[in-house]
Design a protein. Structure first.
Length: 311
């Protein structure tokens, strides 16, 4: 079971090009918090990333950094350069026109590509939304990422038929490449996040069981047996990596799956309850009400609005 692929698919983590930036010799830009996760990739030159409460970090050519949603941060040509507010209108215009957002006096020293990743609001499992700190990957740690950035830059420089489809596919590929590199190359760095939990083989194997068959009547005991560890070991690893029990994670994931089906399909509640592992609609409704604060039927109605054609 490809746990990462399944989580990204269900969470609806899709990317959209933020803007392309070309910066001169001396510049600084402060970005307010964004609703989605932000991935900054330096195509040429260098910049310094500033995040409140942390020391500035140098980001070199070919490097990439992923920030969780809501992380206000700044970028500048140096660690002590004063940063101004982002010209939101100019950035939005550049994004809409496919043009470049320029800062600082020429000549151009730094080229940056920013991508935003949004998660389906119906999903509460924090695949990208609970990063404890920025995740940084250098060019030497992931040569494949640099090649993808070069391809994306060339596509944007010469738009043609299908460019939008290409860009959308490439920004999704960038996220997967980044996560792969970070998981493979930073074994000693803990993030306290869902992504960080992928490094723990015990947790990863248990998540593979849950994601592979969420409808099965999993317990801590059966998950421990399936992953060849003791119940105490499984519980300890889950709490350390995810801050919750295996049962709590299983319930959360089932509720995410159910929420999507309630919103996007016309399946009866009885069918959905069985598909996500509940023996009766009553048991499912109790669990769903605890998780979402309302009954499944009310949740479906609220998300869809009143539509007589569905009645």
């Amino acid at each position: 079971m490809d746990v990462l692929a399944d989580a990204l698919r269900v969470s609806g983590a899709r990317g959209a090009l933020g803007f392309m930036l070309e910066a001169g010799e001396s510049w600084g830009l402060w970005l307010d918090s964004h609703q989605g996760a932000s991935l900054h990739v330096v195509a040429r030159g260098t910049l310094w990333l500033h995040v409140a409460g942390e020391r500035p970090v140098r980001i070199g050519a070919g490097d990439a950094v992923l920030l969780s949603p809501g992380t206000a941060h700044g970028m500048a040509s140096g660690p002590d350069v004063r940063m101004g507010a982002c010209d939101v209108e100019s950035a939005a215009r550049a994004r809409a026109e496919g043009s470049v957002f320029r800062l600082g006096p020429p000549p151009v020293r730094t080229e940056l590509i920013t991508v935003h990743y949004a998660q389906d609001p119906a999903v509460t499992t924090p695949v990208l939304t609970a990063l404890a700190r920025p995740l940084h990957i250098t060019a030497s740690e992931n040569p494949g990422l640099e090649k993808t950035v070069d391809f994306l830059t060339a596509e944007l420089a010469r738009p043609q038929i299908g460019t939008t489809a290409v860009v959308n596919s490439v920004v999704d590929l960038l996220l997967v490449q980044f996560i792969r590199a970070w998981l493979a190359r930073r074994p000693g760095e803990r993030s306290g996040s869902w992504l960080g939990a992928m490094r723990d083989p015990v947790v990863h194997d248990a998540l593979a069981c849950i994601h592979g068959a969420p409808e099965r009547p999993w317990t801590t005991e059966t998950l421990a047996a399936a992953t060849s560890v003791s119940r105490a070991t499984l519980s300890r690893h889950f709490r350390s990596a995810l801050g919750q029990t295996p049962g709590a994670y299983l319930t959360r994931w089932r509720m995410d799956l159910a929420s999507i089906r309630l919103r996007d399909t016309d399946e009866p509640v009885e069918a959905i309850s069985g598909a996500v592992g509940y023996g009766s609609p009553h048991a499912f409704s109790r669990a769903f009400r605890r998780a979402r604060g309302m009954a499944p039927g009310a949740y479906r109605t609220r998300l869809r609005g009143h539509d007589p054609a569905r009645e």
